[in-house]
Every structure is written in structure tokens, then in C-alpha cells.
Write a protein that binds this ligand. Structure first.
Ligand SMILES: C[S@@+](CC[C@H](N)C(=O)[O-])C[C@H]1O[C@@H](n2cnc3c(N)ncnc32)[C@H](O)[C@@H]1O
Length: 287
């Protein structure tokens, strides 16, 4: 959610140019303080359901992580970069199951701390590390990683092409990048535009791409596209789960905070119901 409730915290946000790495980090701090990360069972991404709509949200979100790992197809011992690692759950799961080393980066310091705590108590201890870093300016040498993934982080970045170029630089030739992200199947226009604009405003989003925009950003950064699949229908139930949890949370908050989280829930639900709301799984390769 945005940090609109506290103008002092808004100092780094230029409302005319959208989110910055700082404003996104602050938004996740508020998100976490409000207890909103529980909405998705610890992961901060959508769940995936085939025919099993009864699958609990925590398992469904882990399934999305597994789909990303399948596409990365890493070899044990390889070093991977998790771009926008959240609380570290996807990195821990992939490190543990695939026996790979993972560096997770985020623009939220509390997320770095929480992910590091989670790692300490897990079987992935020693395989993962979490750092505060901006994907648009990565603090790593060329070719430091054998692969990378970005789950629902690109949409926060004001310059996605720069981030994709940076990831391209730090991944070795032949390495893969898997992106999981929201998309507009077709541009939201007319009255529907307010749903998209509301989402962008409420969730510190820089932009939700069309599939063609995703393709163009990847190509511009030098990535070869291997696969782009819209799994929007398999993730759609997530928006309902999240908005229901946000509404429950609202009952525990006071005045303005309750109003804000209720508005965020309404927008999430409206976006999730919209036929133009898609979700892409993209696999690309560095040549
Ligand atoms: C929706 S959360 C997804 C978290 C995690 N990938 C998951 O699936 O649980 C978005 C994440 O992207 C991170 N992020 C946003 N902009 C970033 C940037 N410029 N550089 C690095 N991380 C960024 C946020 O800090 C947050 O951790």
C-alpha cells in the first residue's frame, strides 16, 4: 500500500514520476507492519491453482515458486540471483529443493532482516544470503550468476529496461532469467482505466506491462525470449484471497489506515475480476 498516510515518509516519492526504489521500500515496510504479508501465506506473490481450487493459499503460492524453479532448471551448486526477494521464501524454497546458492536482493531493509532470520532457521542456511540492493544498479561483477528470477518485482521499477540490462550483465552467457509478473492482456481503457490507475497508485507500481511491452523490454536488454505464457486464469483466485484478508485486517485498524487498506482491497478485487488482467510466466536466455 502507499505511504500516503504519512507525508514525511513520502519525501522520496515524486507523484509526477511514480515510485522510486526508496518509496517502494517504504511501502513494503508499511505493508509488513500492517501484517499484510500473511495474506499470501508468507510469499508476496500470487498463488497458482489448476483444478484444485481448495488448495490453501500458502501452498498455491509455493506452487508458483515451483513453476519458476522448473523454468530455471538450475544445476546443483549454481549461483542464482533473486531480484526482489521479499521475505525470502522463494529463495529458501529454491535453494533447499535445488541445492543451489541464492542471493536475494530487495529495496526493503526489514525484508533483508526478516529473510535472513528465516534463513537462519532453515535447511537452506549457508546456501542463501540477502542484501539491500537496487536491481537497476546491481552491485555485482559481470557474469556473477548462472541464472536469475524476478517474481512480481519488475512492475515496481521505473526503468525496467535498465533492470533487465543489469540482470543480463550479471548473468553468465547461456544463463536463464525467469520473470513472473502481472500483465494487461489488452490496455485498460475508458472507465476501466481507473481500476489500473488505482492499482498503480495504491501498490507503488511503476507500470503493468502488456505482453508486447514485456517482450520489447527483454529484447532491448539483450535477452532471447524462450517462453511467454499467460497463466492469468490459474492465478485469478489470489486477488479474492488477498482482498478478503485485507478487509479482515481493516477491522483491526483505526480510521485512515482502515480506509486505506479497504480501498486497496477494493482495487485488488476489481483488478482481479477484470478480463484484461493477465499474469505472465516468462523464460529468457542470455546468449
Ligand atoms: C511483490 S514483492 C515480491 C517478493 C518476492 N519476489 C516474492 O515473490 O515473495 C516485490 C519485491 O520487489 C522488491 N523490489 C521492488 N523494486 C525493487 C528494486 N528496484 N530493486 C530490488 N528489489 C525491488 C521489493 O522490495 C519486494 O521485495
Amino acid at each position: 500500500m502507499t505511504q500516503q498516510s504519512d507525508p514525511a515518509r513520502n519525501a522520496t516519492t515524486d507523484s509526477t514520476s511514480g515510485p522510486t526504489a526508496d518509496s517502494v521500500g517504504q511501502a513494503y515496510e508499511l505493508f509488513s507492519e500492517a501484517g499484510a504479508t500473511t495474506a499470501l501465506g508468507g510469499n508476496i506473490h500470487v498463488g497458482y491453482w489448476d483444478d484444485d481450487q481448495d488448495l490453501p493459499i500458502a501452498e498455491a503460492t509455493d506452487r508458483l515458486t515451483d513453476l519458476v524453479a522448473e523454468r530455471l532448471a538450475p544445476q546443483p551448486g549454481q549461483r542464482l540471483l533473486d531480484v526482489g526477494c521479499g521475505n525470502g521464501l522463494p529463495a529458501l524454497r529454491i535453494a533447499q529443493r535445488r541445492r543451489v546458492r541464492v542471493t536475494g536482493i530487495t529495496v526493503s531493509r526489514p525484508q533483508v532482516e526478516q529473510a535472513s532470520r528465516e534463513a537462519d532457521g532453515s535447511e537452506a542456511r549457508g546456501l542463501v544470503d540477502f542484501q539491500f540492493a537496487d536491481a537497476m544498479k546491481l552491485p555485482y561483477e559481470d557474469g556473477s550468476f548462472e541464472g536469475a528470477w524476478a517474481i512480481e518485482s519488475l512492475l515496481h521499477m521505473p526503468d525496467q529496461s535498465a533492470a533487465l540490462a543489469e540482470i543480463h550483465r550479471v548473468v553468465r552467457p547461456g544463463g536463464r532469467l525467469v520473470v513472473a509478473d502481472l500483465c494487461q492482456r489488452q490496455p485498460f481503457t475508458g472507465e476501466d482505466r481507473s481500476v489500473l490507475d488505482g492499482m498503480v497508485r495504491a501498490y507503488e507500481i511503476a507500470g503493468i506491462n502488456t505482453p508486447d511491452e514485456h517482450r520489447a523490454h527483454l529484447a532491448e536488454a539483450g535477452w532471447e525470449l524462450l517462453e511467454l505464457t499467460d497463466i492469468g486464469e490459474q492465478v485469478r483466485a489470489s486477488y479474492r484471497h488477498v482482498s478478503a484478508t485485507f478487509r479482515e485486517l481493516a477491522t483491526t485498524l483505526d480510521g485512515f489506515a482502515a480506509e486505506q487498506i479497504t480501498e486497496a482491497a477494493d482495487l485488488m478485487e476489481a483488478f482481479g475480476r477484470h478480463p484484461h488482467a493477465g499474469y505472465l510466466l516468462i523464460t529468457a536466455q542470455r546468449s
